[in-house]
Design a protein around this ligand. Sequence first.
Ligand SMILES: NC(=O)c1ccc[n+]([C@@H]2O[C@H](COP(=O)([O-])OP(=O)(O)OC[C@H]3O[C@@H](n4cnc5c(N)ncnc54)[C@H](O)[C@@H]3O)[C@@H](O)[C@H]2O)c1
Ligand SMILES: [Fe+2]
Length: 364
Amino acid sequence: MQFRNFKMVDYVVYGRGSFNRLDEILESHRKDGAPMIFLLDHFFRDSKLERRVPAKGNDKIIFADVTYEPKTSYVDNIARQLKDEYGTVSGVIGIGGGSTMDLAKAVSLMMTNSGSSADYQGWDLVKVPGVYKAGIPTLSGTGAEVSRTTVLTGPTKKLGMNSDFTPFDQIVLDPELTADAPADQRFYTGMDCYIHCIESLTGTFLNEFSKSYGEKALQLCREVFVEKPARRSGAEGWDSESDDKLMMASYAGGMSIAYSQVGVAHAVSYGLSYLLGTKHGIGNCIVFNHLEEYYPEGVSEFKKMVEKNNILIPKNICAGLTEEQFQTMINVSLGMKPLWENALGKDWETKMTAEKLRALFGKL
Ligand SMILES: NC(=O)c1ccc[n+]([C@@H]2O[C@H](COP(=O)([O-])OP(=O)(O)OC[C@H]3O[C@@H](n4cnc5c(N)ncnc54)[C@H](O)[C@@H]3O)[C@@H](O)[C@H]2O)c1
Ligand SMILES: [Fe+2]
């Protein structure tokens, strides 16, 4: 385990308009009679992007309902329906934010692996490769486009299907697709990347591989969220260059945590999302806002970015919860052992206790 051997994404195409190459890219992956399945984020129903999806023959567009982050039951349902309807499919193409990309990865795997996706939540439990899968982000920040996991909420836990079979065979990084994202959502998801960088760069698992990517991603985040004129200060602000930069920040941030790990913000926000369904990007922001003790410089810069970009970070979301509910969140969070070890070192259990975590959740 000392030297991890990474399976990475096989093919990457980058650039404005690169989405137009999708048809040609998919051609050699089409199998006789088996359709391509396009999982399209439901935000794009009846949109220009929907009309550009290169669906033909018996291909199918399924609108991914990402009102909630992906659940194992949702993955299993889609995979079962596809198997019932077609037997097999040529591939699954996820077009959307991190939720849709994760859904596409998981459905691809469940086309060939038996049982429920809940059986594979964990590390290296997936038995066989899935069908061909491609990921096309329409939001930048999660790094889901490069990661070897797909985060799912199951009956007993929120945990990824972490395996060498999980990364995409192809990703299409077209910054044009992120242009219309609402400023708040773009910020929350962008901060996921910023937080990945801070957690990776200050973590005990850091090495030169992670550092190289993490520093670049952090620089790009700063260019976009700190150095650009604020978005509500007139005609300037967010522009196409910002979309280009944030898309590469997400990629590099994802590569950085691939060889290190995330940390306190992610461990705590997993607890929130498990109990309250708080979404990943905004949940990370809610937590990070209170982590001065662990990441003093990062949190101070984060607060400046929040103010500059005029973003609302919800407060008091845990007010009114019962002690039992707090305990659930604490248990989920403390279960994320590698994250704590990265953040606080091998003796993390002496530094982060249930009482300390209870106090932190109480502030959120
Ligand atoms: N696999 C991984 O490595 C990994 C890493 C981090 C997060 N995640 C997962 O990613 C998810 C969060 O992803 P996210 O932050 O990208 O958000 P998301 O995919 O949950 O989408 C958030 C909202 O934005 C909408 N949306 C997407 N693209 C849009 C666009 N271009 N314009 C307007 N609206 C758009 C969606 O419809 C949705 O309502 C979580 O489920 C999290 O668990 C996975
Ligand atoms: Fe994240």
